[in-house]
Design a protein around this ligand. Structure first.
Ligand code: ZN
Length: 149
C-alpha cells in the first residue's frame, strides 16, 4: 500500500459523516447470489472497490462491496450501496450522473436530496485529485451495466 494523500478539509459535520461510514461501512461484504460484480481501483490513491449487485429484472435488490483505501472512496461506496437498494437500473444510472455532476462542482446536484448522504462529499469537488476517489464506486456501478443498455 502506498501513502494516501491527506484528506481534504471538509466542514466538520460532513467530515464526521464520512468518517462514520469509513469506520462502520454499510453493506460491506459479498453476495452469494450476485448477478453483477465489478472490481475497480484508483491507482492515484490506492483505492480498491469490489462491487457486487443482485439484480432482479430491472431492479437492484441488493448491493454490497468490499474494498480498501482512503476514507472518501470507502465512505462513497458505503453511502452508494445504501442508496441503490430497490432502485431501478435507469434510476441508479441517473444517480451516478448526478454524483458525477456534483463532483464537477454543479451546485444544483450538491443540493439534490436524491443523493442523500453523498452530498457530504460535495466539497471534494474542490480537490481534483480526490474526485476519482469519490467516483470510484459509481464508476464500478456504471461499468456493471455497460453493454446492457
Ligand atoms: Zn482515495
Amino acid at each position: 500500500m502506498g501513502t494516501s494523500p491527506p484528506d481534504p478539509q471538509l466542514s466538520g459535520l460532513y467530515q464526521e459523516l464520512i468518517l462514520d461510514h469509513y469506520r462502520r461501512p454499510r453493506n460491506k461484504g459479498t453476495l452469494d447470489d450476485a448477478t453483477h460484480s465489478v472490481s475497480l481501483n484508483n491507482p492515484l490513491c490506492g483505492d480498491e472497490i469490489d462491487l457486487q449487485l443482485r439484480v432482479d429484472g430491472d431492479v437492484i435488490k441488493e448491493a454490497r462491496f468490499i474494498g480498501r483505501g482512503c476514507s472518501i472512496s470507502q465512505a462513497a461506496a458505503s453511502m452508494m450501496t445504501q442508496l441503490l437498494k430497490d432502485r431501478s437500473i435507469p434510476h441508479a444510472l441517473a444517480l451516478a450522473a448526478r454524483m458525477s455532476a456534483m463532483m464537477q462542482g454543479d451546485e444544483g446536484a450538491a443540493r439534490d436530496k436524491a443523493l442523500g448522504e453523498l452530498r457530504a462529499l460535495a466539497g471534494v469537488s474542490k480537490f481534483p485529485i480526490r474526485i476519482k476517489c469519490a467516483l470510484l464506486p459509481w464508476n464500478a456501478l456504471t461499468d456493471a451495466f455497460k453493454g446492457e443498455r
